[in-house]
Design a protein around this ligand. Structure first.
Ligand SMILES: Cc1ncc(C[n+]2csc(CCOP(=O)(O)OP(=O)(O)O)c2C)c(N)n1
Ligand code: SF4
Length: 251
């Protein structure tokens, strides 16, 4: 019998699976997993009513480490799968987890349209400015001058600004600076560089975007608290059976 069935209080442990994470020691994704399980315990939604959806990458392993329902799909398609799931089952709590490669590169188009639709799901991107799982290729958030074996002298390509793009597209969205200590050992310094945002959150996306574009990139906390309502699930929904559709297309 699990905690929910026993009627016992839900704790962070209730949301952890028996699989031990295989991330490198010091990887930022451990803290994200721990924060997710703590947050779920705080909102006390039973694990069987939560679905964690991901694509591919080190960060996309999260569903396996939770006791919730999980969907570990193909690279870059987590938001598409999660949107379909939430529309079909609005009663479930849907979390989407992944990396900057998964979400901003191959999945970039889904990212834009998920922000635009604002279906009621939570998207958590563990941004380490690199493709960790495939051993260190630059991602859309990699600094143009990041010099590595796979990008000697840096790519020279301007990096993508996920928070500003999310704001412009209409989202409420979570980004986490999650260091990849193996392929970006320089990110061990992030712990010392981050600091609480010096100003209160705003509900004005233009003001938030301006702040984000002009700050040092290490402000943490709630920067923007939008009030846009989520996409209404009942909108345009009519219960049609497959047989109704077949009849419509009958020759
Ligand atoms: C269609 C497809 N293209 C490429 C890959 C190879 N691949 C697997 S994970 C990954 C990038 C992972 O980077 P990121 O999403 O930033 O996650 P991290 O590993 O850093 O957490 C790539 C390119 C794949 N699995 N499928
Ligand atoms: S390669 Fe990087 S992102 Fe992947 S588990 Fe190791 S530290 Fe984490």
């Amino acid at each position: 019998m699990n905690d929910t069935a026993a009627g016992a209080a839900l704790t962070a442990q209730s949301y952890k699976s028996s699989y031990k994470p295989i991330w490198c020691p010091g990887c930022g994704d451990y803290s994200v997993l721990s924060s997710i399980t703590k947050a779920l315990a705080m909102i006390a939604v039973p694990p069987e009513q939560v679905v964690v959806v991901s694509g591919i990458g080190c960060s996309s392993r999260i569903p396996a480490y939770t006791s919730c329902y999980g969907f570990h799909g193909v690279h870059g398609r987590a938001l598409a799968a999660a949107t379909g799931l939430k529309v079909a089952r609005p009663d479930l709590t849907v979390l989407v987890t992944g990396g900057d490669g998964d979400g901003y590169s191959i999945g970039g188009n889904h990212f834009l349209h998920a922000c635009r639709r604002n279906v009621d799901l939570t998207y958590i991107v563990m941004d380490n400015h690199v493709y960790g799982m495939t051993k260190g290729q630059p991602s859309p958030t990699t600094e143009p001058d990041w010099d590595s074996k796979l990008s000697p002298g840096g790519t020279g390509v301007r990096s993508f600004h996920p928070l500003v793009i999310a704001l412009a597209s209409g989202a409420n969205f979570v980004e986490v600076l999650s260091p990849c200590v193996t392929f970006r050992p320089d990110q061990r310094e992030w712990k010392k560089q981050v600091h609480p945002a010096p100003v209160a959150a705003t509900d004005d996306p233009a003001r938030a975007a301006r702040r984000i574009m002009t700050d040092d990139g290490f402000n943490i906390g709630v920067l923007y608290a939008g009030n846009r309502s989520p996409y209404p699930m009942h909108r345009g929904s009519t219960q049609s059976m497959p047989s109704d559709l077949e009849a419509e297309f009958e020759l």
